[in-house]
Design a protein. Structure first.
Length: 168
């Protein structure tokens, strides 16, 4: 018996076997397309949460503008508001980061396993988190509204991808 040039790869494969493998690889990559999208959304939520906990000031210039007062007027009218909002944003950021941790966990474990109800949960979580945040920033005409639209669109793309993926 003459050794094959591909001895390390096992027995020589026919063209049909190679095509079947190629189709199988395409199915796998299509089946798993939503997981990386949600993983990215989870990382974004973690980063946004950390920003709110560690870096976000109590009032952004646009916040005072939305209220219709200057930061100095707000501070004199409501002394201590900045300390209070610091605590509020710490809690809010913690919830954002926790949502991100859960989202990355879902992307790594539950989404590839295609557990029953996962698509509905992903839809509801997206509506309650990134879509609500984006919508609210449009409602208040935030300077960051277009930036905050991106994660909502990405999340929606992930839900659509998950719905279109094959169920093997």
């Amino acid at each position: 018996m003459v050794p094959s040039d591909h001895a390390a790869d096992g027995p020589a494969r026919t063209a049909t076997e190679k095509m079947d493998t190629s189709r199988s690889m395409t199915r796998i990559s299509r089946r798993q397309a939503s997981a990386p999208i949600f993983f990215a959304c989870g990382i974004w939520l973690i980063g946004l949460g950390l920003y709110f906990v560690l870096l976000r000031p109590a009032l952004l210039p646009e916040d005072a503008g939305y209220i219709g007062s200057s930061a100095a007027q707000i501070d004199s009218a409501v002394p201590g508001l900045d300390r209070w909002l610091g605590h509020v944003f710490t809690v809010l950021g913690g919830f954002m980061a926790a949502s991100g941790v859960l989202t990355t966990f879902l992307a790594a474990t539950v989404i590839p396993a295609r557990r029953r109800g996962t698509g509905v949960v992903l839809l509801l979580v997206g509506l309650a988190t990134v879509v609500t945040m984006s919508w609210t920033n449009f409602a208040i005409d935030s300077n960051f509204k277009w930036l905050l639209l991106a994660p909502a669109v990405l999340w929606c793309a992930g839900v659509v991808a998950y719905a279109l993926e094959r169920h093997d």
